[in-house]
Write a protein that binds this ligand. Sequence first.
Ligand code: AOF
Ligand code: ZN
Length: 339
Amino acid sequence: MNYEKFMLRAISNANLYKFTAKPNPVVGAILVKDEKIISEGYHEIFGQNHAEINAINNAKKKINKEFESFSELVLICTLEPCSHVGKTGSCAEAIAKTGIKKVVIGSIDPNPLVSGNGIKILEENGIQVKKGICADLVEKQNRFFFFKQKNMRPYLTIKIASSADGKSHLQNKERTIITSEASRDDVQLLRAERDGILTGGNTLRSDNPRMNARVSFVSNQPKKILLSSREFNKDEFKFFNGDCVDVHTSSNLEKIINFYKNSDLCSILIEAGPNLVKSFIETGMVDEIILYTSKKILGENGVNWFDENKTIENYGFKLESSYKINQDIKQTFVRNEKK
Ligand code: AOF
Ligand code: ZN
């Protein structure tokens, strides 16, 4: 059987649910009989059925029509079926119960709760397991999830909007809009793609931001995180807006990020002012910086993003991609050493 063909289909269709499955990985499962697809299932919504369960339930509708017994079917799944009972039951146990005899897996699940244990359950039940089909693609499409499990902390991205002369905003002025509407729409996508969004008390007070992902499709919203040692009245700020916000009063940034090591969050977008951004970069924990630069000049009254003679490159980042968004330039920098 051409496993790769079905695996590529499962990987590609799983991705359709990336905004509603997050912070869970996207996962796809296909049941095949003699090169023919009997059913498919995907992890569509965070907290709901895993892919394998959806594929099995969809196949049950065809039993005694397109096949007689699950033992005739091969299960192709992009990620190792889970062994644990989480928000839903264990997929490996559910697969074993059906009588399926062969399972083909894309990648091992890096989640320490599962890693290798799902395969163990399958094999203990006499199921033949083949693994490692297109594993690199599964890892790539779930890059934040894999990063989090390997590094025991969320992937950190800093977003910066800068004037042509390297400034963040005008001194003693409320919100300064620097980049174009198109660039600001692009930021909404960055927010939708990530699991958390973090800002500081200064940005909260000067900009009164909402910091939700305003996109024109259904997306799970990033969890809001605020760093502020000062007291404030929640009713005065749009950031709270009935949402459950994590407020950290500590100034120990490593400790704050490590707080998320056992959470669901696999990625956090940091949208803050120059002081907090600089402090984060200095921790050495930042993985990516996305810089939007406009043609506007803020001049002498502008506040610099970085100190004189400091650039993103000499903080240890390298340019990965750049392109124009109308008159603005978007550049993505990643940390020099490979994670
Ligand atoms: C699977 N199939 O479709 C997915 C899996 O909180 P829960 O119960 O939804 O479990 C989430 C964990 O399950 C997630 O961290 C990852 O290890 C695994 N995801 N496993 O067998 C799926 N989405
Ligand atoms: Zn599962």
